[in-house]
Design a protein around this ligand. Structure first.
Ligand SMILES: [Zn+2]
Ligand SMILES: [Zn+2]
Length: 151
């Protein structure tokens, strides 16, 4: 979070670094958008096309830095049954704790990245009752029927 507090919150950041010396005793609240592109978060069937948002509340107690995060992230998924793209918004929450001695810079990027990737669906499905594709002609049965159906 190497930016001036109070700057434009629409700007997109590439790293999540906390300067421990800048965290006041009352704690520090941050609301920032992060660019997922440098973070290598894509899976063949899950992509992040938009920056994700992190709300963080950072407190410092002696040598412990505690970071509570609430993420809002849009996943663009490829349905395993019908191959249509669909989006889903995930909102993982987590609490990270770091020992800082001496106070320095803490990078929470990898921890946030993992929290988001844990929310990826094992097998993305656009809807619970997705009808899938016809194995004979490839018709998407969610949109249209075909002569092979109900055989
Ligand atoms: Zn589907
Ligand atoms: Zn068919």
């Amino acid at each position: 979070m190497n930016r001036v507090v109070g700057s434009n919150q629409q700007e997109v950041e590439a790293t999540m670094k906390i300067h421990v010396n800048r965290v006041p005793e009352s704690g520090l609240e941050e609301h920032i958008s992060y660019d997922s592109r440098p973070l290598d978060m894509d899976r063949f069937d899950v992509h992040l096309h938009e920056p994700f948002k992190v709300d963080a509340f950072i407190t410092k107690v002696e040598r412990q830095l505690v970071v509570r995060i609430q993420v809002c992230c849009t996943l663009c998924c490829l349905c395993a049954r019908c191959l249509d793209e669909f989006s889903v918004v995930v909102r993982p929450q987590a609490v990270f704790s770091y020992t800082v001695d001496p106070p320095d810079v803490v990078d929470i990027t990898e921890d946030v990245r993992q929290e988001i990737m844990l929310t990826y669906p094992m097998i993305p499905v656009c809807q619970a009752d997705c009808k899938g594709l016809c194995i004979s002609c490839g018709q998407n049965w969610n949109h249209n029927s075909c002569e092979h159906r109900n055989q």
